[in-house]
Design a protein around this ligand. Structure first.
Ligand code: ADP
Length: 153
């Protein structure tokens, strides 16, 4: 099964909706393989958002991402990267489809509730950035036979 990194951003923590967002992943049938609260810092954000460092709004994103602790999650499932991106919706909450997390909870291009890895390769890199190997757990939920057919896992 695939794994992807989800970050519940300060826009989720500060609004007190982290539990609702986690519930969506659980309800979908994704497996929470790792989860912890951390405080992001300059070095981590420069690395994590390296593709945005030259954008004029980068200092603002960083300040926002450090404004509260965040929850980082390792989410596991078949095709988990694409499934979670589909659930997340497009970057700007105002354009995100209703039914997606950003579409249902965000009015902003910046304050958009969650980060989700955008490829399998980046998922691996991002999980290694935020988790030690022993913080990601390999277990089988008791309801696995009702999440997948036997030829799907
Ligand atoms: P995504 O999070 O959808 O993969 P990006 O990797 O392009 O999107 O951007 C990372 C984060 O930077 C976004 O989730 C958002 O919080 C912020 N961001 C991106 N573009 C803008 C923008 N034009 N104005 C403000 N914040 C932005």
């Amino acid at each position: 099964m695939e794994e992807t990194l989800v970050i519940l951003k300060p826009s989720a923590i500060g609004r007190g909706i982290a539990g609702e967002i986690i519930t969506r992943f659980e309800r979908k049938g994704l497996i929470i393989a790792g989860m912890k609260m951390i405080q992001l810092n300059d070095a981590l954000l420069d690395e994590h958002y390296a593709h945005l460092v030259d954008r004029p709004f980068f200092p603002r994103i960083k300040a926002s991402m450090m404004s509260t602790p965040v929850v980082v999650m390792c989410v596991r499932g078949k095709d988990a990267v694409q499934v979670v991106r589909n659930m997340t919706g497009v970057t700007n909450g105002r354009n995100a489809n209703p039914g997606t997390i950003r579409g249902d909870y965000s009015m902003s291009g910046q304050e958009n509730i969650v980060h989700a890895s955008d490829s399998v390769e980046n998922g691996k890199i991002e999980l290694a950035r935020f988790f030690k190997p022993e913080e990601i757990f390999d277990y089988t939920p008791s309801g696995i036979n009702y999440l997948y057919a036997s030829d799907e896992v």
